[in-house]
Design a protein around this ligand. Structure first.
Ligand code: FE2
Ligand code: FE2
Length: 230
């Protein structure tokens, strides 16, 4: 599929860093929604916090998808909240902050390339995920009505989306974000600027709506399905 070998931590894809698993273990389900984690001194704190919710919702999505694949049956009421969550929260809030705030900062102030390396790969995956969510949304009604072609297409796209998103979140947490947190620490001029840009992005009227709607959907999904996932 797209560019490869670019998940490393360095500006052009090289290097790596220790996995910040401790951060992920600090919060549970469903308290991660909008909660402080005690790791607010990280330049990527708000993005990592959003990853927690996204990963929990993705676990639930995987459960629903597994059942649908087993029965070859797509239930609209089950999948519709996920599709809306991925469009509103993942795409409308989270990815916008990554691309407009963090990636922009890395390109403008730290010499990262938009043409190759981790940023190019991550942006490519954002677009690939967005396309698959769009295809799922387009075919949801026909799949739910039992049209065989639509069911097959929907389930293929859902599976591909799951794989992309799971790998993507892991690559960000363990690659680029790790490098950023080692480089942009409190006291660095870019640290406060980044925090302000995250907040300003969240406060834009359209994004406020997407954020609150996305968080509400996330809570709803976790309440409904979290007990079904390990
Ligand atoms: Fe991302
Ligand atoms: Fe992300």
């Amino acid at each position: 599929m797209g560019p490869s070998n670019a998940t490393g931590a360095g500006p052009n894809g090289g290097g790596g860093g220790s996995v910040r698993q401790q951060f992920v273990s600090l919060t549970g389900v469903p308290g991660a929604v909008g909660e402080k984690t005690g790791e607010e001194n990280l330049a990527t704190a708000c993005l990592r916090r959003e990853h927690l919710l996204i990963a929990q919702v993705l676990d639930c999505f995987e459960h629903v998808l597994r059942q649908a694949r087993g029965k070859r049956r797509v239930v609209k009421e089950e999948f519709a909240p996920f599709i809306e969550f991925f469009a509103e929260y993942l795409d409308g809030c989270h990815r916008e902050k990554e691309e407009q705030c963090l990636f922009r900062c890395l390109v403008d102030s730290f010499g990262y390339s938009e043409e190759n390396g981790p940023i190019q790969k991550l942006v490519y995956e954002h677009e690939a995920g967005r396309r698959r969510v769009s295809i799922m949304a387009t075919h949801l009604d026909d799949a739910a009505a039992g049209q065989r072609h639509a069911v097959r297409l929907f389930l293929e796209q859902a599976r591909a989306f799951r794989d992309i998103l799971r790998g993507h979140v892991s690559a960000e947490n363990q690659g680029l974000f790790e490098a950023v947190d080692q480089q942009i620490h409190p006291g660095h001029p870019e640290f406060e600027r980044l925090q302000r840009s995250y907040e300003q992005t969240d406060q834009e009227p359209d994004n406020q709506t997407s954020l609150s709607r996305g968080q509400a959907l996330g809570r709803q999904i976790l309440e409904q399905f979290a007990s079904n996932v390990k």
